[in-house]
Unconditional design. Structure first.
Length: 149
């Protein structure tokens, strides 16, 4: 059993990322830190290292307990790492989940049913009458004018 392993391979093996490619990309984008230093994909980790992984809106922290070359089953993961993420970060994650945040940039995709109902309620409440505008057009003026065609 090796005493060190590449960070991207370890992140994949302990199921922090779904694929090794995604783990490598996260390292290249500066989302993975060993201690407080950004980690390149080839950087090695050893037991006792603290790894921080930024997955917005939370920065997770893990302590390396053991090294493995192969991807682990979910039940075996606690033997190889300890989640030491501060409670404040986990609370932030709960707040975001409870607020109904949808990871969709403004203007992309159709609104959800809930967003559509909220928009309809808003437009009914803030209708033209409440704003003091009158958009009821009188079409009689069109009949009074002679045809010029």
């Amino acid at each position: 059993m090796p005493s060190e392993i590449r960070i991207d391979k370890w992140l994949w093996a302990v199921r922090i990322f779904k694929t090794r490619t995604i783990a490598t990309e996260a390292c290249k984008k500066g989302r993975v830190f060993i201690g407080d230093t950004p980690a390149k994909p080839a950087r090695t980790v050893k037991p006792g290292d603290v790894i921080k992984v930024r997955k917005p809106p939370v920065t997770y922290s893990f302590r390396v307990e053991a090294i493995t070359q192969n991807r682990l089953g979910a039940k075996l993961v606690p033997e190889y790492m300890t989640n030491i993420t501060p409670p404040s970060e986990l609370h932030l994650l709960e707040v975001v989940k409870l607020s109904g945040f949808i990871d969709r940039r403004k203007g992309l995709g159709r609104p959800t049913k809930r967003e559509g109902r909220d928009l309809q309620r808003f437009t009914e409440q803030a209708g033209a009458d409440s704003m003091g505008w009158d958009f009821d057009f009188d079409d009689d003026f069109l009949l009074d004018e002679p045809d010029t065609l």
